[in-house]
Design a binder for this molecule. Structure first.
Ligand code: NCD
Length: 305
């Protein structure tokens, strides 16, 4: 049976640590891995737009010596003719060794995984989960902070539809002494299943609206964009889209060693003037995304170097 990745919780804390360690080794000595995936093929099946996730998956496979095939929109695949993801994955299983799938419908990659004879990686399903972004975030925090425990983590923006925040909160809930500060307008609060999970585990969390007020206590600020494509009407989006803008005056309120992460793409929620602040690590974070995906591909294919 192939091993799939739908949710970061599919991996144990120890497995996540092994992926982080492997990604670190790959970054230090990329030549060692340059032929690890010779004659292996990755399929990228993207039914929704993407820049970083798809290209970092593809770059990851090329850097491992493998091949890549796939599609970058539903229009250019047989989904446009009405084919189901179950049928599509059965085809892909004949042409590729591993598949990364992004889909606007929650659970679509999971449905595909049930019919797949190759590992399927959820590369983002609707407003639900985005486990490989979370692995990227964990590698970033672990590399730049040196630890994943004892942190005050602020997540700001669209916590309702932002799948990256759901996956990150779940993953971080397993490390010791992590406090969550959930910063959003009331309409964009995290789904109940997330707060229920935090409550059940007796973890410290607060839901607030003001970013300024909590800036001084944060170790990590995870900014997100308002997810326009998941709104039911444009007026609500327009009302909400510039609710938070991280700028220089707000950065002055923060700790000297706080880190600002963002899965990107950014719209207006981080002013470009923040980019030069050494605490702004979102572009570095995107770079880490390739190394962790290299580690994940090797691990799910069972390849040891
Ligand atoms: C995120 C996503 O697709 O959920 N982007 C990404 O994968 N880096 C965040 C977003 O689109 O806002």
């Amino acid at each position: 049976m192939p091993r799939h990745l739908m949710n970061p919780m599919d991996l144990t804390v120890e497995e996540i640590q092994s992926l982080i360690d492997l990604a670190g080794d790959i970054e230090r000595d990329p030549d060692k891995y340059a032929h690890a995936c010779d004659r292996k093929t990755l399929a990228t099946c993207f039914y929704e737009p993407s820049t970083r996730t798809r290209l970092s998956f593809e770059a990851a496979m090329y850097h491992l010596g493998g091949h890549v095939l796939g599609f970058s929109s539903a229009d250019s695949s047989s989904a446009a003719k009405g084919e189901s993801v179950s049928d599509t994955i059965r085809m892909i299983s004949c042409y590729a060794d591993i598949c990364a799938m992004r889909h606007p419908k929650e659970g679509a990659p999971f449905v595909a995984s049930l019919k797949s004879s190759i590992p399927v990686i959820n590369a983002g399903d609707g407003g639900h989960q985005h486990p490989t972004q979370t692995l990227t975030d964990l590698l970033t925090i672990s590399s730049l902070k040196g630890h994943l425990d004892h942190l005050v983590l602020g997540l700001c923006g669209d916590l309702k539809f932002g799948r990256t925040t759901h996956s990150l909160i779940e993953a971080m809930s397993r490390y010791e002494d992590v406090e969550f500060i959930l910063i959003s307008p009331p309409e964009l609060r995290v789904p109940n299943y997330i707060t229920e999970m935090l409550g059940k585990k007796h973890l410290k969390y607060t839901e607030v609206q003001s970013l300024e007020e909590v800036m001084p206590v944060l170790d990590i600020l995870y900014m997100t964009r308002v997810q326009r494509e998941r709104f039911f009407n444009e007026d609500d989006y327009v009302r909400m889209k510039d609710f938070y803008v991280l700028d220089k005056p707000k950065m002055e309120l923060a700790k000297k060693d706080m880190l600002v992460l963002h899965p990107l793409p950014r719209v207006n929620e981080i002013s470009v003037e923040v980019d030069d602040d050494p605490r702004a690590v979102y572009f570095k974070q995107a770079q880490y995304g390739m190394y962790i995906r290299m580690a994940l591909i090797l691990t799910l294919l069972g390849i040891e170097v």
